[in-house]
Design a protein around this ligand. Structure first.
Ligand code: C2E
Ligand code: CA
Ligand code: CA
Ligand code: CA
Length: 274
């Protein structure tokens, strides 16, 4: 009987979600969810494999509907095309600030927020971002900008990234190696950190695929003096391989998946303190 109840409950919430996404008012639902903080920040630790301590945390959006977790792939594109992406960013930021106020022990790390290339080209967004970085000493933040989509106005991006850097924000190139940024422009635009895409970390330990691209990215980053973070680290073999190339900042299921606020708090509390 309890199995039947569980099945019915899960079917009902699935139906609810389907209805929600069929409705024309998907936009309104998302807008309301953002304003009610129902799109929540999850936190995935970025670990230093050498010291075994947490280096920073990536903030990843999760929409909670009827107790179910909706992944960002299902709503970030709409947020981006409909102009809700800035509201989403500042909502995640504010929720993280509140989280730190409530639990000061989560406040010692850097929080890395995802930002789209189109946001970086918008003066209104840049102004607000600089304001929170400069005038409020709330959080130590980094931004991750994906190179999966191209920038339109490179000189403008260069100017804006300089301002953000000057305001104390670390600038990370996300999904490095998969998109539009030729390596020379990565350097020219003033990125501080390069995140090696999972695609390339995945080649480690697979005999049928070569690691050449991965090694190329690592070589380039070393020459350009860029800090590297490897994403999608899932196995001990990948950890060893990256360590051997002096890539010590790792993110992935091997260490922890993206965690809810409660789970991340437990993670911080139980991680080694030296
Ligand atoms: P991303 O920035 O490349 O984020 C990393 C993705 O890899 C996350 O997926 C994360 O859950 C997943 N991941 C982490 N470790 C592993 C691993 O070891 N193995 C595998 N297979 N996957 C791993 P998620 O959370 O579904 O996010 C997908 C994308 O949505 C993100 O890719 C990012 O581009 C975008 N996104 C998420 N939150 C936001 C946000 O607040 N704003 C914006 N603009 N984009 C966001
Ligand atoms: Ca990211
Ligand atoms: Ca990434
Ligand atoms: Ca990626």
């Amino acid at each position: 009987v309890s199995l039947l109840i569980a099945l019915t409950a899960s079917l009902l919430s699935t139906l609810l979600i389907i209805r929600l996404f069929r409705r024309k008012s998907f936009y309104n639902e998302l807008k309301e969810a953002i304003s009610k903080s129902q799109v929540k920040p999850y936190f995935q630790p970025i670990m230093n494999s050498k010291t075994r301590r947490i280096h920073s945390a990536e903030v990843l959006a999760r929409w909670i509907v009827a107790g179910k977790v909706i992944p960002p792939a299902q709503f970030i594109p709409l947020a981006e095309s409909s102009g809700l992406i800035d509201d989403l960013f500042f909502s995640l930021y504010q929720q993280t600030v509140q989280y730190k106020l409530k639990h000061p022990e989560v406040g010692n790390t850097i929080y890395a927020f995802n930002v789209t290339p189109s946001q970086i080209e918008r003066p209104s967004f840049i102004n607000k971002l600089i304001a929170i970085a400069l005038f409020k000493n709330e959080l130590n933040i980094a931004i991750e900008i994906t190179e999966r989509e191209p920038f339109k106005d490179i000189p403008r991006v260069k100017r804006y990234l300089k301002l953000l850097s000057a305001a104390g924000i670390t600038i990370k190139l996300d999904d490095a190696g998969t998109g539009y940024g030729s390596f020379s422009y990565v350097q020219e635009l003033g990125f501080n950190v390069l995140k090696i895409d999972r695609l390339f970390v995945d080649t480690v330990g697979k005999k049928e695929v070569s690691n050449e691209v991965l090694e190329g990215i690592i070589k380039f980053s070393k020459t350009a003096n860029l800090t590297m973070v490897a994403e999608g680290v899932e196995t001990q073999e990948q950890v060893n391989y990256l360590n051997q190339f002096d890539v010590y900042l790792h993110q992935g299921y091997f260490y922890a998946p993206p965690l809810s606020a409660d789970d991340f708090l437990h993670f911080i509390r139980s991680s080694v303190k030296e």
